[in-house]
Design a protein around this ligand. Structure first.
Ligand code: ADP
Length: 264
């Protein structure tokens, strides 16, 4: 079977560069990988696609500011009066030689980095303090993390000592032709209706940084296209999937509506 073939088992992913080959090489060589880019640009889909191509399970963890090392490694739980150790997703991935994907890793609590360091250097070892176990990651185990440089604040930044343990690939929204293909493939909306959506996105993304924290994501365009495909009027679909989704401020919302009016 050609690895480039997309079938029902392999989630659809449209590559925008050499990321698939790089992922495979990183995987084959036991190297951790960091995917950088704005929200909704295809990072998670890419990991799901590559995991399926490599025929491996992927344990995805959506990191948040309360996520601790124990959430990744595991903890003792009380079961019928007995305490029993239960592996967390990272431990499971290490034991199985699977892929562990830490989405928005900068959000996690600081103690998580302590766990990641021995796992992401030449030791490739997971140290489970609570049980005294030390697991050597088998060939095939791969740690993938993502983060959004756009959201970076001084407080939440990946320390150099952590980020320099990962290979990094920069992601961005696909070029217009590619984005058109992605939205068409994802939603089945005719190309003629997708093209203006992508044009709108291009205009909105030029605004980002000024009034908008971030430009409209491919994910939101997919939502808009789904609504339009389901018979919702374009104006209403864009109000819901673009205007209200991007901003709470009346003047910014009006600027977005004005932009929409120049295209539709
Ligand atoms: P991220 O993880 O970067 O926040 P996702 O991977 O969840 O974003 O992407 C959001 C949606 O955008 C996906 O569910 C998919 O519909 C679409 N998408 C974005 N980029 C691509 C791509 N290159 N190929 C296929 N689908 C894509």
């Amino acid at each position: 079977m050609s690895l480039d073939m997309t079938n029902d088992r392999i989630p659809y992913y449209h590559p925008t560069g050499r990321e698939c080959a790089l992922f495979e090489r990183a995987h084959d060589n036991g190297l951790p990988l960091l995917l950088k880019g704005p929200t909704g640009c295809g990072k998670t889909r890419f990991v799901e696609h590559m995991a399926a191509r490599l025929n491996k399970p992927v344990y995805t963890v959506a990191c948040h500011d309360d996520l601790s090392a124990a959430d990744l490694i595991g903890r003792y739980l009380l079961k019928g009066g007995e305490t029993e150790w239960v592996d967390g997703p990272l431990t499971r991935a290490v034991r199985e030689g699977a892929i562990c994907y830490l989405d928005e890793v900068v959000e996690a609590r600081k103690d998580v980095t302590v766990v990641l360091h021995p796992l992401t250097d030449s030791r490739r070892r997971l140290i489970i303090d609570r049980t005294g176990e030390e697991l050597d990651a088998p060939e095939g185990f791969m740690l993938v993390a993502s983060y959004n440089p756009g959201y970076q604040s001084v407080l939440k930044r990946l320390k150099p000592s952590t980020r320099q343990r990962f290979l990094s690939i920069a992601f961005d929204f696909p070029e217009p032709d590619a984005e058109t293909r992605v939205i068409t493939a994802e939603t089945g909306l005719p190309v003629a209706q997708v093209v203006p959506l992508v044009r709108l996105a291009g205009h909105i993304r030029k605004l980002s940084g000024m009034d908008l924290e971030e430009g409209v994501s491919t994910r939101l365009l997919v939502y808009a296209a789904r609504l339009i495909g389901a018979g919702i009027a374009i104006e209403e679909a864009l109000e819901t999937a673009v205007v209200q989704a991007l901003s709470d401020e009346a003047d910014v919302q009006q600027a977005l509506r004005d932009l929409i009016a120049t295209i539709y």
